[in-house]
Design a protein around this ligand. Sequence first.
Ligand code: VAH
Length: 316
Amino acid sequence: RILIIGACGQIGTELTLKLREIHGNDQVIASDIREGAEELMQSGPFEILNATDEPHIKEVVQKYEVKQVYLMAAMLSATAEKAPMKAWDLNMDSLFHILNLAKEGTIDKIFWPSSIAVFGPSTPKDDTPQTTVMEPTTVYGISKQTGERWCEYYFNKFGVDVRSIRYPGIISYKTLPGGGTTDYAIEIFHEAIKNSEYTSFLAEDAALPMMYMDDAIKATVDIMEAPAEKVKVRSSYNLSAISFTPDVLAKEIRKHITDFEIKYEPDFRQKIAESWPSSIDDNAAREDWGWEHEFDLEKMTTTMLEGVGKTLKEKA
Ligand code: VAH
């Protein structure tokens, strides 16, 4: 069976639903420190689980005879800057608990998400290569960079089958993200539909790598289904789809909502954004396990406007 830790988060929710569709509802155990979307809670097993509680993780793993773990719990970049030690403990302890379960042979396979936040101001900004300078300046980036090194170490030293992707900003409408620097690209859709205006906390020219949720889920499923020998990078793979600035996104939205207006009031998150790449070279993922993205800016925008519009109507 498969266990998802952090199943109620932005990516966890849609990943759980997808894995249930592929493997069967009772094969995929969702867990989180809090309950989540109704669709997720009702479609299969759920456990309240704190990702840092090692004995409880072991108990759940044994109870359901779990063989694969997707560790989706993490504190994101903006929140982590406000609570560095808490972020470090959550992001690192949870990873060690899962790596050690695989090392002792209790589980067979791990998915652990990394992020483009592993890169820093000294990294080449455009078409950032798979292997390059990595000097992250955020708490979140430091935890993801360290996590990558540990994943690779456990693979080399103990043969642990851990697979990882450096997610860009993920855009979706089913579950809201919490505390990320790329969250503006989701908020903007909600505000555009509700009020025809949005005040961005990033500057108009802050270009960041982004991806629509369906592509992120596809990549996650693909890398986990790939034969082990195809997964050559055991730290984490660069992954890319689209790259845009708030200005470019606002113009795209204006094609549908013609009176949409955007204002800019960059805050501390702008600094975080400036430390990250603008675009990513993901040839290794494309060559090794056949990664391909589907959503471009246009398709992502129409899908988001439709999805967010529907969600807002349902709530009203
Ligand atoms: C954040 N969305 O903003 C996350 C992330 C690419 C960035 O991993 O913190």
